[in-house]
Design a protein around this ligand. Sequence first.
Ligand SMILES: Nc1nc2c(ncn2[C@@H]2O[C@H](COP(=O)(O)OP(=O)(O)O)[C@@H](O)[C@H]2O)c(=O)[nH]1
Ligand SMILES: [Mg+2]
Length: 561
Amino acid sequence: MNVCEPASLSDETVARTLEVVEELSERYQIGALEEFLKSCRAFAEEKVLNVAVFGRFKAGKSSFLNHVLGRPLLPVGVVPVTSVVTEIEYGARPRALVRYLDGRRETIPLERIADYVSETQNPENRKQVLSVRVELPSIERYRGIRFVDTPGLESVFEHNTDASLAWLPNVGLALVAVGVDPPLAQHDIELIRNISRYTPNISLLLTKVDVLSEEERAEVIDFVERQLAKYWGGPVPVFPYSVRPGFEHLREQLEESLLAQVQARAGEEHAAILRHKLASLLDECAGYLNLALKSAEIADSERETLRQKILGSGESIEDARLALRLLVRHAAAGSRPAFEALLAEESYALTQRLLVGLAREFPAWTGSLSQAIRGFEAWLSAELAREIAALSARHRQSFAEPARRAARQLSQALQDFRNRLSERTLEALGIPLKTTEMELHLESPRSPDVRIGKIFDHDWELVSFLVPMRLVAGMVRRHFERRVSDLVIVNLSRLAAQWEEIVTAQLASLEKEAIRRLDSLVATVEKLVASAVSEAPKIRADLELVRSLREGLERSNGREG
Ligand SMILES: Nc1nc2c(ncn2[C@@H]2O[C@H](COP(=O)(O)OP(=O)(O)O)[C@@H](O)[C@H]2O)c(=O)[nH]1
Ligand SMILES: [Mg+2]
């Protein structure tokens, strides 16, 4: 097996197309094409298809991947951290890159992967890891494939942030690992159903077949196939597997009939999508040039009227900007109350948990009142910090939602503006200007840094250091209990405020970007509409060049089909 180059869409065609569009958009100042160009260029460089391994905990996923990779890379037999996936692909140098929820990245030695993906070493994902990406030089034969080790089962679909599932739509092959003990449960069928939303290519990996005799193996495979036909119905090929010596032929079988195909298809699929993107890019570029040409063909005296017809007055563009700003303002105003309501629901249970903890700890705080206060302070700030950090992580999705929603709405509003422009050019010049808004990019928000407010007012402490606890224990305990309740409220409200601050910053940068795009589109159209009669011949020649590139793309498509 080796790298599979898209047969009919040559690198040269791709490079030439990108180059021409870039040159044209610079020369005609078509700033509005910049995002589209960037997205095409990024896609042209990305050539990886994911092979993801799903399945219940202890199904043998990590063992299987280690076997295929030819080294004990992933920890085996450990409880996986529910939200961390490990991605493995070819790379020139061996390295492991940890990506955190807040966007930080850190390179770690390969031997330390378990510190990030196993529950014992990273309980409840306290390290706030999003994923671990491993690159190995030894797997060059799997170039073009990225293996994904997923944590146990449903967790993948339930507890994850968007970012950690970013690879899902790009799954070229999903392997559902099922041990032979027991082979295939309702759970696994549900999992297959879930995955089928993302990829039609699902195979079943029947692991640990070494524990069966040859006869039993045939029986189990037969059973699994019948169950699949009965409860699922779709095509799911079954591959028996074992990592034990003596079963190497199973691995070869899997490589030959599955991985090789995926690799070949990865190239083809990528080429098909890239061709489509480049064709749209050329079409949009031609659209702008046509606008320039039609404008150049009218008399100079009519140009201002044309500009008015297409772009309207300065006021109407200001209105469009205002509409974008209002969208953002609305999202900003709603976020704080939403966060507070969300956290208010947690308040009671959190207080109760802490009070139970207090009851357990309190008897140990003997000696003086001063010592008790210090014990209480140390205990409560540690507990609260842990609880608040966990809450923050658990509701991360909800905290991130206002900015995500705003990003969607802004993209839509910008697209609407583009569509209106297209209608107006159609009216004014007889040609539409069909263009697409690229999604607004949204950084994954950083996590707030959780700090716990002051636990005690020190006036009280001044007189406290000598008072023996046995005299005041009842009073002190009631006081501690009130402090627990108060501090829960204070710190939940602070967490809401911190998230609001983060979201506000995200919204501000979204607003800035949306306005920039609007302005860039308006500037592009202004510039093109102002094209002079003398420019017409050059524009015609450039349009001809774009047309020939477009035809070249069509031809390469025909050859493939
Ligand atoms: N007999 C046998 N045991 C296996 C095989 N593959 C995995 N195991 C065992 O199954 C257990 C769970 O494996 P692991 O890879 O951690 O499962 P995961 O939770 O799905 O990643 C471990 O104790 C492995 O030693 C196999 O092919 N044969
Ligand atoms: Mg595992």
